[in-house]
Each structure stands twice: as C-alpha cells, then as structure tokens.
Write a protein that binds this ligand. Structure first.
Ligand code: F6R
Length: 242
C-alpha cells in the first residue's frame, strides 16, 4: 500500500487527476471503476478541465458503476448513476454504451448482479478502481461485516451509511435502505486502486484501514493485501501515526 499525502483537498484532487490521466495515457482503453460520493468530485472536475484543455481523452475507456440505490431509476438525480453522469460521463462526453451499469430500478436484481459480473469479466476486469472510504470502512456499499470474496449483490445499508447519506436526501428516513454494490471480490481483483480520503471525519477510519487488523468489520482494511493500492489522503484525514 502506497500512501500519498497532500496538504488539502484541492491538491489531493489535482494529484488524483494526474494519476488517472497517466493510467489512461498508457492504456486509452482502460476499464475504470468509479465511485460517486463527495470525495472524488474534485478529481472529476479536475479531469473535466484536463479534457477541456485537450489533455485527457476517456472516450475509449470502459467505465464501471460501483453501486446504486435499489428501486431508484438511473435518471433520478439522486441516483448514483445520475451523479456519475453529471460529474464524469457528461463532462467527458462518454456515452452510456461505454458504461457497465447497475440499474437500481431493475425488476430482477439478482439477474442484474450476474449480468454485471458477466460484463465485467468480458471487459477483462478493472484496470483502475477509484474509491472513497465510507465512515464505517465500507467500499462501494460493501458494508461491514463483509467477506473478502463477497460478490456483486443486494445489500442492506447500515444505519451509519444511512445517516451519512441523509445529507443528500434531506432526512435519514428518506434514504433508500437497500442498494446493489460491485462485490468486494471485484474491488480486490482490480489491477490498481486509488483510495481517496479527505477530511478529519475520516481520520479514525483511515487509521483502521491502513494500520488496523485486516477484518471484514472494516472492509477497506482488505486493501492492505490487494495489489497496487494507492491511498491518497489530505492532511486533515491523516492519522497522527502515519
Ligand atoms: C459511492 C460509494 C461510497 C462512498 C463512501 C464515501 O459510490 O460507493 O462507498 O465512496 O461512502 O463517501 P464520501 O466520498 O461522500 O465521503
């Protein structure tokens, strides 16, 4: 696990953009699994600037959706696909046909999970996974406790995740309680991972992630054993022991 520290969120986002751009420069057809949530927004906005300057072209990449609320249509602005579209796909001009999706409004969630796994396998797996760190150590919606080999599946959100997502829904009791998530096994199989962590509220869980025991109670701690993981954190998120 490589740890890169940046003084603040803005410089974290610029460094993340340079790292993603370098991967796509070497492999324009890279498969990129991309988180939503607040943390990567700065990265996506940086990449939009790179794209506008003609320095970043993701038109040949395959994008993989990380997770989705169940029973929420992808065109709902609160859906995680809607978020990804606004922040990354649309600014980059990437069509939906380049995206391996998790439609939350599927009539057959089990089949959707298997179809997602099939499409991901057909794409040859993930070249770079860009992840945020949940307040309870979740990656995607791989909520604790979670096995390292957990597949793509339907999950119930933990109370902690519901409270943390309430800011996007106005009230905790409006947050959907179930989601589909790419499996922990898919995340751990990625050929490279960039974990973005910003803010003092992530300090404790980041410390457990990088220094604590490897346990399903902190799913992100599995990254200690994964290949080619870079943790990119700002100083506020930094555990004092690092
Ligand atoms: C988002 C996702 C979540 C977030 C995590 C951190 O697609 O899967 O795991 O990455 O909850 O969220 P933020 O970045 O908002 O703190």
């Amino acid at each position: 696990m490589k740890i890169i520290i940046r003084p603040d969120y803005e410089s974290l986002s610029r460094t993340a953009a340079d790292l993603v751009q370098a991967v796509v420069a070497v492999n324009p057809k890279a498969t990129l699994l991309l988180a939503t949530g607040n943390t990567p927004v700065g990265l996506y906005r940086e990449l939009a600037k790179h794209h506008a300057r003609g320095e970043f072209d993701a038109s040949q990449t395959t994008i993989v959706q990380l997770d989705a609320y169940l029973e929420l249509a992808p065109d709902d602005e609160r859906s995680l696909y809607g978020w990804l579209d606004r922040e990354f796909l649309a600014p980059q001009g990437i069509p939906p046909s380049n995206v391996i999706r998790l439609p939350g409004d599927t009539a057959d969630p089990e089949d959707t999970c298997r179809e997602f796994d099939r499409a991901l396998a057909q794409a040859g797996g993930v070249d770079l996974s860009v992840l945020g760190l949940g307040p309870n150590g979740h990656l995607g919606f791989n909520e604790p406790p979670c096995a390292a080999d957990a597949p793509t599946r339907i999950v119930a959100l933990t109370p902690e995740s519901i409270v943390s997502n309430a800011r996007y829904w106005g009230r905790a009791d409006r947050v959907p309680t179930r989601a589909i998530t790419a499996g922990m096994s898919d995340l751990l199989a990625a050929r490279a991972t960039l974990l973005l962590v910003s803010g003092a509220h992530k300090r404790e869980i980041l410390s457990e992630t990088i220094h604590g025991p490897i346990t399903g109670h902190v799913p992100a701690s599995y990254l200690q054993n994964a290949a080619n993981v870079t943790v990119l954190a700002d100083r506020d998120a930094l555990p004092s022991a690092s």
